[in-house]
Design a protein around this ligand. Sequence first.
Ligand code: NAP
Length: 265
Amino acid sequence: MEQKKMLPDNPALRAYRHLFGLIGYPLGHSFSQSYFNGKFAREGLHDHFYEVFPLEAISWFPELLKLYPNLRGLNVTIPYKEQVIPYLDHLEEGAAQIGAVNVIRCIDGRCIGYNSDVHGFEQDLEEFLDGHRQEIASALVLGIGGAAKAVVYVLKKWGLPYRTVSRTAGSSDLLFEDLDAGHIRQSQLIINTTPLGMAPARDTLPQIPYEHLTREHFLYDLVYNPSSTLFMEMGQQRGAQVRNGLGMLYKQAEKAWEFWNSPIG
Ligand code: NAP
């Protein structure tokens, strides 16, 4: 008979007064773990610790909370940003509108969902465009997953026309195979929200007609590892401005820390 898989217990983690962590699956090296444990060490927060919790299924989430009642906050990554929502007691307004959660605050036995990707992306895109925002007539958003929802939320907020692109008919405005010279010419901002190009699949890239890119284009890749993706390199070869997702990553982490420490209204 197949044995039921259980969430591994690490009793040492209960010794920390303030435990934080990342849920997702599978989880490899975690930026958030290095970022927060580095911060805790620098700031002398010795009763704080950040751990990674690879959850094979999101149905393990309640068990995780039971196992570690000292959990104060969690980050959420692929594939749970949407799947975790039914397990939360409350969603902050931004997260509710976006329909994706990447930060959870655990307080007084309740779990509140937030979205800090929106903040990270908005601030970083603003820096990237640096005064060129008026030159962008419209944008193409490649991918329609959790991160794309945060991107679309910001573009809508800015009043910037956009079209989404996916490989699944009926779920986006365009299919990758539909993209032609006209779409590329009209869209000076192209944002990759797919994991294509992300390590270890460094030799992959979204299938768009790169030959129509010009110096007027801005290519933003949410992927940050490697720091230069094939998508970015194809843009650079044609004189486009390019940016990876590292700035967004730092900015969303800083915002998560703010959410975990904000007064409860
Ligand atoms: P997700 O919810 O799994 O969505 C991924 C999207 O990419 C889906 O639309 C998926 O389409 C599409 N996709 C996957 N493989 C594809 C392929 N071979 N061809 C075409 N489309 C493909 O993931 P996510 O949470 O949105 O994250 C996406 C990426 O953004 C990841 O690389 C993540 O690390 C990065 N990210 C970066 C930051 C940052 O701070 N820089 C923040 C969030 C996310 P299907 O539905 O057809 O599979």
